[in-house]
Design a binder for this molecule. Sequence first.
Ligand code: FAD
Length: 473
Amino acid sequence: MTAQGAGKVTADVRDDPARELGLSFRGTLVRPADEDYDAVRQVWNGMVDRRPALIARCAGVADVISAVNHARERGLPVAVRGGGHNVAGSAVCDDGLVIDLSLMNGIRVDPGSGTVRAEGGATIGDLDHETQAFGLAVPMGVVTATGIAGLTLGGGLGWLRRRHGLSSDNLISADVVTADGRLVTASEEENADLLWGLQGGGGNFGVVTSFEYRAHPVGPDVFLAFVVHAGTDAADALRFYREWAPTAPDEVSSFAILWHAPEIDEIPAEHHHAPIVVYLAVHSGDVGRAQQDLTSLREFGSPIADLSDTLPYLEVQRFFDADYPAHEMRYYWKSHYLQGLPDDAIAALVELNENTPSPHSTLDVWQLGGAFSRVGPGDTAFGDRSAPFLLGIESNWESPADDAACVEWGRDAFRALEPFSTGAQYVNFPGLYEDGDEMVRGTFGANLDRLVDLKSRYDPSNLFRLNHNIPPK
Ligand SMILES: Cc1cc2nc3c(=O)[nH]c(=O)nc-3n(C[C@H](O)[C@H](O)[C@H](O)COP(=O)(O)OP(=O)(O)OC[C@H]3O[C@@H](n4cnc5c(N)ncnc54)[C@H](O)[C@@H]3O)c2cc1C
């Protein structure tokens, strides 16, 4: 080799972070000095500002294996990024390695078998777009920029939950790169215990490079009931909702949301910015039947607006998107599975909504039951499904100056509703993970021992710990 050639090799190594790091990599490696570093390290929650040492934007399974081996061999903290929507910002870490799958978003629908294979960086919007082309849908969440990975691994509740269950209930198989850098498939036939763990147990067991789901015929149109009640009627509206919810057929999945009225023409101006209760219900069955099934919900009391309509499923899936802008707003979300909605719980919710420091915050009562509740507590890692409602506490605000007040409001709401809780929380609304072990114990209950056993086998050194962590033995 000539001296000139040697100089070129040295320059190549300097310009090529993969070679410099001794990594075999096809995707992009982003480091603090790189121009796109700040854009790539951002996650959805504007309150999260972490500075990883390296972001490995993987192009395929081989890159994921390289990145996992790199982190394990050097003892680096590891964060795994799907859609980057985890509210606590667990998709990024300080000083460690981010294994970023967001460039891996390929999807293949098999309309014949009604199954879908999606890579680990796909979003709900990506999946909806591909499946609806064949009149199909996989049950996912209600905001389309959310990643399918974190959502599915924690459960996945959306507009089809009472008809077809959680996202994770529809998981047939998954390809997973485990902590020792092996690629394994989890399905009913192979590593069935791992499939069980992925159905609610989170990112504890490895990096999922692709998910295979069951899809269902849905749409193209569905019926959306969208009814608004004034804050002065909030308690009555919630009491009616409590009685109505168990009578709804499985085709209906609904919320009652305590919020503040946005400034839109459809809501009378005197209610703008004032407390409201909104009923939102999607009926994914026959559109004619839907009108009938949702009549009593729409006719209760004296709504100040009824914006119900038949809409394309894709549009309903995007219904909330504009309310949850990425990066620019700040968020703190917690939850309780509720044993019921007694009058005292309703009074607490109404008072909290009236006293929120931010008009963007909401208290969301998710109707459960239906197909969601017919899966046994031990059948998947997700655990007990007996609660009739999930309360989502969403503190959402704009200014860093309001951080302390808005986080405190979220914590106040959590404490106020604790007496009505089953003791379990939804792991995908984890606050800042400050409840740690307590959340994991309360949520997984009798499944925890089996999860610890699984974790000890697949990740004995707890490489994947930036999540709702299940500690190995
Ligand atoms: C605006 C918004 C709306 C939401 N709506 C709903 C909803 O309707 N229903 C619902 O159930 N939840 C909802 N959520 C919560 C959501 O399920 C969680 O935030 C979930 O973690 C998001 O997944 P993600 O891939 O985008 O997250 P990320 O932040 O990328 O990842 C979160 C965690 O998941 C794990 N993970 C991610 N990708 C992988 C992978 N490929 N392999 C292994 N582990 C991985 C990691 O532990 C990571 O820390 C919503 C969240 C937001 C921000």
